[in-house]
Design a protein. Structure first.
Length: 191
């Protein structure tokens, strides 16, 4: 795995899977209009080794169209970072509070997005006749952002999730519901 490999995947992905860019920031909009957290801005100084995927309900129609009457519940965004020859994948979900119900729902959404990304990888490899992308060979992390008046780092292992570690990240957003991560590389390196 190289930065070039990740860049080729990024260039091949349809625009509907990519969040909007504003300068060096990836703009992640929260799908739930009731959420206190409206937007997370991720700043990556060098985008050659990063791919951010957002399965937005409005633009990623496969979420609505795959099964009759049932919308897929995906996580809010996925961050892929290539470091040296390793690919790190962060499945990220945004919730308004840290409750047992929200943690359980976040894990279901992350699992759905894991299946989705595995499908994307397998089909990309098939189309390009390669074996570059394999989710089983990636370092996978699961992250849930939730609103808190004070930002801090915290991790727990939720009950009944077969040991899957869900990193719980309390964030304090501004009056418009926006949280900015000025150095996303350092931020995701913590996990």
């Amino acid at each position: 795995m190289t930065n070039s490999d990740l860049r080729k995947l990024r260039d091949a992905a349809i625009a509907h899977l990519k969040p909007k860019l504003k300068g060096k920031n990836f703009i992640i909009k929260e799908n739930d209009s009731r959420s206190i957290i409206k937007e997370i801005n991720l700043c990556f100084q060098n985008r050659d080794d990063v791919l951010v995927i957002q399965q937005d309900i409005e633009t990623c129609k496969v979420i609505d169209d795959l099964f009759e009457g049932k919308r897929l519940e995906s996580c809010d965004f996925i961050v892929l970072i290539c470091k040296k020859t390793n690919l790190y994948v962060y499945f990220c979900e945004i919730k308004s509070s840290n409750t047992e119900l929200n943690r359980s729902k976040a894990m279901r959404q992350i699992q759905s997005s894991t299946y989705f990304l595995d499908f994307v990888f397998k089909n990309y490899n098939h189309c390009k006749e390669s074996k570059i992308f394999d989710l089983d060979n990636c370092e996978v992390k699961k992250v849930m952002f939730y609103y808190s008046a004070i930002s801090q780092k915290n991790s727990i292992t939720p009950k009944n999730n077969k040991g899957d570690k869900l990193h719980l990240i309390p964030i304090a957003c501004d009056e418009n519901g926006i949280f900015e991560i000025a150095d996303a590389y350092s931020f995701f390196d913590r996990f």
